[in-house]
Every structure is written in structure tokens, then in C-alpha cells.
Design a protein around this ligand. Structure first.
Ligand code: TPP
Length: 258
């Protein structure tokens, strides 16, 4: 597949603007983590996922990014984005599998997505199963059960991408619950490990391609990202984990995204 990086960058710009509009209109949502995951999701939907593959989002609170990428890809109607979090909308504040075609797993409670993806990978050996997780959700015990399960069953078709933005609810990951070296932990758990800049398309494509070629073990891509990427006053500021901008902040943010 021929990839046009300039095109992916313009799509990412539109996705960021959609995220801001959705969270502003709804008056709620999780802008920081949504903005850090944009390039990874754009790369997945516009250059990585093939017909039989599946994408599982574990840190479901960043669904404005997912809905927006799905809309840009034409998988859902773009007009639906304005209904984000409304009563009865198929675009809830956390994704619901039964409400929206194309969503593989219901999420919201953190730490479950990798288990959902690993179960799927175990029975769909002919497909690649990609799962996005966050660094904050590595606090969850369930997550580590899935890490062991995937290693035990040598799920080489499972590719986890961690949005490692260093921020979680109410503070930095380091302050709330230090994770130590995720690289060493995954290596010790018998996973292949890649470390990349999660905003760099070349590195996203290169690492996912290498992960697909590895046999006998699951792979994790530790994607270093910037929380709130693209909006100066949101970047690396935990206040923006779950907060909607006010009118002035919204206008300033949209101005920065021009
Ligand atoms: C099991 C569970 N415990 C707590 C929460 C509340 N919660 C929602 S988001 C979040 C922080 C998660 O960290 P991360 O995904 O790294 O945050 P972000 O990068 O989006 O700021 C927490 C604790 C939850 N959704 N599920």
C-alpha cells in the first residue's frame, strides 16, 4: 500500500479539530489522551488495518479520537460526531460495541481491552489484532493477566500499542503510580518490544511492520507521545485529562490548529 504521509498529516489536523469540537460541544470528554493518540489511530485506519484485522481500544475514554478517525475514513457519518455523549447517541463517552458498527469492544473500565483483544487473537490466527492501551491503565491487575496469557499462547498476531503520554487522571504516571521500565517488564514477560515516537508516521509504520514479521511472541509498541499534542496550553498538563475547554479556550485551541 502506497502511503502519503502529507495526506496523513492533514487528516490528523482534521481529527484534532473534530476532537476539540466534540468535547467543547458536549461540555465533557477527555481531550488530552485523545490528542496524544491521533497519529497512531490515523496510521492504523489509513495504512495498517487490512480486511481481516481488528482494532481494539482499551482506554475507551479517548474515543473522540476513534470516532473522529472513523468519520474521516467514512466508516460513520461525520454528522454523528456532533451527537457525542448525547442521550441515545451511538457515540457515547465510552465506546459501546452494540451501539456502533465497527467498534470491536465495549470499554470504559480500564485494563480490560488487552484481554478482549488477546481472546480474539487466540481464535483469529489468520488476522492481526491491534490493541491500544494507555500507560495509566497499566495500574490494573487485569491488564497483566492478559500480558501473561498472550505470552503463554504465543499470540504473535497480537500487537499492542501503548499510548505512553506520561499523564493519567489527576497527575503524572510517575506521581500517581510509577511503572518503572515498561520495556524491561514486557521483555521479562516474553513479549517483543519496540519503542517509538508515537507522532512519527514512519516509526509507527516501521514498528508495526516489524511486529507483524515476528513469530512466536506477542509484540508491544511503546509509543512515546505528548499528552494534549497540538494545543500549547493542554500539552503535558494533567488538568486536561477530563475537561472541556470554555469558549475562549476553544477558540484559542482552534486557532492553534489552523
Ligand atoms: C478500572 C478503572 N478505574 C478507574 C477508572 C477512572 N479513570 C478514567 S481515565 C483514568 C486515567 C487513565 O490513565 P490514562 O489512560 O493514561 O490517561 P490519559 O492519558 O487519557 O490522561 C482513570 C483512572 C476507570 N475508567 N476504570
Amino acid at each position: 500500500m502506497e502511503i502519503d504521509i502529507n495526506n496523513l498529516e492533514s487528516i490528523s489536523g482534521r481529527v484534532r479539530r473534530n476532537i476539540l469540537e466534540m468535547v467543547y460541544k458536549a461540555g465533557s470528554g477527555h481531550p488530552g489522551g485523545s490528542l496524544s493518540a491521533v497519529e497512531i489511530m490515523v496510521a492504523l485506519y489509513f495504512g495498517i488495518l487490512e480486511d481481516r484485522d481488528r482494532f481494539f481500544l482499551s482506554n475507551g475514554h479517548i474515543c473522540p479520537a476513534l470516532y473522529s478517525v472513523m468519520a474521516e475514513k467514512g466508516l460513520i457519518d461525520k454528522n454523528l460526531l456532533a451527537s457525542y455523549t448525547e442521550l441515545g447517541s451511538s457515540l457515547q463517552g465510552h465506546p459501546e460495541k452494540t451501539k456502533l458498527k465497527g467498534i470491536e469492544n465495549t470499554s470504559g473500565p480500564l485494563g480490560l481491552g488487552l484481554a478482549q483483544a488477546a481472546g480474539f487473537a487466540a481464535i483469529k490466527k489468520g488476522s492481526y489484532i491491534y490493541c491500544m492501551t494507555s500507560d495509566g491503565e497499566h495500574d490494573e491487575g487485569n491488564h497483566w493477566e492478559a500480558v501473561n496469557f498472550a505470552a503463554k499462547y504465543k499470540l504473535s498476531n497480537l500487537i499492542q500499542i501503548v499510548d505512553k503520554n506520561g499523564i493519567q487522571i489527576e497527575g503524572t504516571v510517575e506521581e500517581i503510580m510509577p511503572l518503572g521500565s515498561l520495556k524491561e517488564k514486557y521483555l521479562a514477560s516474553d513479549w517483543n518490544v519496540f519503542e517509538i515516537d508515537g507522532h512519527n508516521f514512519d516509526e509507527i509504520f516501521d514498528s508495526t511492520s516489524k511486529a507483524r514479521d515476528k513469530k512466536g511472541k506477542p509484540s508491544v509498541i511503546l509509543a512515546n507521545t505528548v499528552f494534549g499534542k497540538g494545543i500549547s496550553f493542554m500539552e503535558s498538563n494533567p488538568d486536561w485529562h477530563a475537561k472541556a475547554p470554555n469558549g475562549d479556550e476553544f477558540r484559542k485551541a482552534m486557532e492553534e490548529l489552523k
